[in-house]
Design a protein around this ligand. Structure first.
Ligand SMILES: Cc1ncc(COP(=O)(O)O)c(C=O)c1O
Length: 451
């Protein structure tokens, strides 16, 4: 039995998840079987090392589990015969760090996507505080020039490596492959990375491979967000094209929080050493069991239907939001996520996401390409469909949802925005927000989370 204090928090969180529509693009609900595997006795075992070569005794079942997990990664992601996987990374950021630790030396150059355009912190990030920016810094930030970083190193990746970042095209907010190629030729990075956390379009992995080959760079495709959609062919796959592919297991793949690295055998050998003893101790075996279960679930026709529906839902939601007058970064989406540019609505992402959450629609604020506002109150909000599709919502509900989002944004935009605390009070007592909340509750009861 859980301690009553803990039980109370758990009940509150279960109720929050049950009674809100979660549009966070990186979240999902897992099956009861995945949660059972994560919480199983597998979590008790220390198993530093790899199958057949452990530091502790008693790992015969864990060896079987880890081999099964690798087998399922191979099957579900259709790994070529000369590829393998490491399923021990504790998270996506660690998986990326393990790749750098395996193939780079301190000071080597990485070319990755600019963070405010939708890149990820684990691909490197540093910035110069606003008060210290020169006129040239300000001009460069507002231009489509590549980003060479700033004085304050935020991510450990930028402390160790020399990180240069490519931006999306100013007119389309889509990757400009010829500009990336030119930059790669000029900078000669040792590693090129694609992938991000708020980029709504597909990536041309073949083109990126060609660019990497032209400059003799390794190519890492980080598919943290898209893994579930790629596994079943709803999106193109970089497997067999990039040198290394990393992904998290808890987003579109619907598993527990964890990550996997897939690569050619010779690189996986380096990555295995990089993970253990390089970066981590014992793996989380409960998590590896949960990932294995999620992979069994992904290897079904139902999951393929689910993944296709995730994208259909995102496209329908994007279409209706556009119709309602919202400006979408890149004009729409190819996958599970949408980025709304609220500049014309005069409402910062911090205010919009607070108002939506108050109505039971959970999103996150986000920077947009060529962001002019602070990341504390950026110009965008990010919406994703993986979790609401797991609940069973389809196209008809996406239209309802777009209208509900619109009602909230309209109400929020009528309020004074100079004092956030006052704004919160107004939102929390707004009749219009309460009415939306009731409609959200109705949808939640119609599409319950099966605990
Ligand atoms: C592209 C990308 N890479 C890596 C990660 C890091 O994953 P984690 O939060 O598991 O460290 C994320 C998380 O959102 C991501 O979007």
């Amino acid at each position: 039995m859980l301690n009553p204090v803990l039980q109370k928090i758990l009940d509150a969180e279960t109720s929050r998840q049950q009674n809100t529509l979660d549009l966070i693009a990186s979240e999902n609900f897992t099956s009861a079987a995945v949660r059972e595997a994560v919480g199983s006795v597998f979590m008790h075992k220390y198993s530093e090392g790899y199958p057949g070569a452990r530091y502790y005794e008693g790992n015969e079942n864990i060896d079987e589990l880890e081999n099964l997990c690798i087998e399922m990664v191979t099957k579900v992601f259709n790994l070529p015969s000369n590829w393998s996987a490491n399923v021990q990374p504790l998270a996506g950021s660690n998986a990326n760090l393990a790749v750098y630790n395996a193939i780079l030396n301190p000071g080597d150059k990485i070319l990755s996507m600019y963070l405010p355009d939708g890149g990820h912190l684990s691909h490197g990030w540093s910035y110069t505080p606003t008060k210290d920016r020169s006129d040239k810094d300000i001009q460069d930030l507002a231009s489509d020039k590549p980003y060479y970083g700033g004085s304050t190193k935020i991510s450990i990746v930028s402390k160790i490596f020399n990180v240069v970042q490519y931006k999306v095209a100013k007119d389309t907010s889509i990757l400009d492959y010829s500009a990336i190629e030119q930059l790669a030729m000029q900078e000669k990075p040792k590693l090129i990375i694609t992938g991000g956390t708020a980029y709504p379009r597909e990536i041309d992995y073949k083109k990126m491979r060609e660019i990497a080959d032209k400059v003799g760079a390794y190519y890492l495709a980080d598919i943290a967000h898209e893994a579930g959609l790629i596994a079943v062919g709803v999106l193109n796959s970089p497997i067999g094209i990039a040198d290394v592919v990393t992904f998290t297991t808890h987003k579109t793949l619907r598993g527990p929080k964890g990550a996997v690295i897939a690569a050619k055998e010779e690189i996986i050998k380096l990555i295995n050493k990089s993970i253990m003893p390089g970066l981590q101790g014992g793996p989380h075996n409960g998590t590896i069991a949960g990932i294995t279960q999620a992979l069994f679930e992904a290897d079904t026709p139902e999951f393929k239907e689910y993944a296709a529906q995730v994208v259909e839902n995102a496209k329908t939601l994007a279409g209706k939001l556009s119709e309602l007058g919202y400006s979408l970064v890149s004009g729409g989406t190819d996958k599970h996520l949408i980025l709304i540019d609220l500049t014309a609505k005069n409402l910062g992402g911090k205010f919009a996401s607070y108002a939506l959450n108050s109505a039971g629609i959970v999103t996150n604020k986000s920077t947009i390409p060529y962001e002019s506002q602070s990341p504390v109150n950026p110009s965008g909000i990010r919406l994703g469909t993986p979790l609401i599709t797991t609940r069973g919502l389809k196209e008809a509900e996406m239209i309802k949802l777009a209208n509900l989002i619109d009602s909230v944004i309209k109400e929020a935009a009528t309020l004074p925005l100079d004092d956030f605390e006052f704004f919160k009070q107004q939102i929390d007592s707004s009749q219009a927000i309460k009415e939306v909340k009731e409609k959200v509750q109705q949808l939640c009861s119609q599409f319950p989370f099966k605990v």
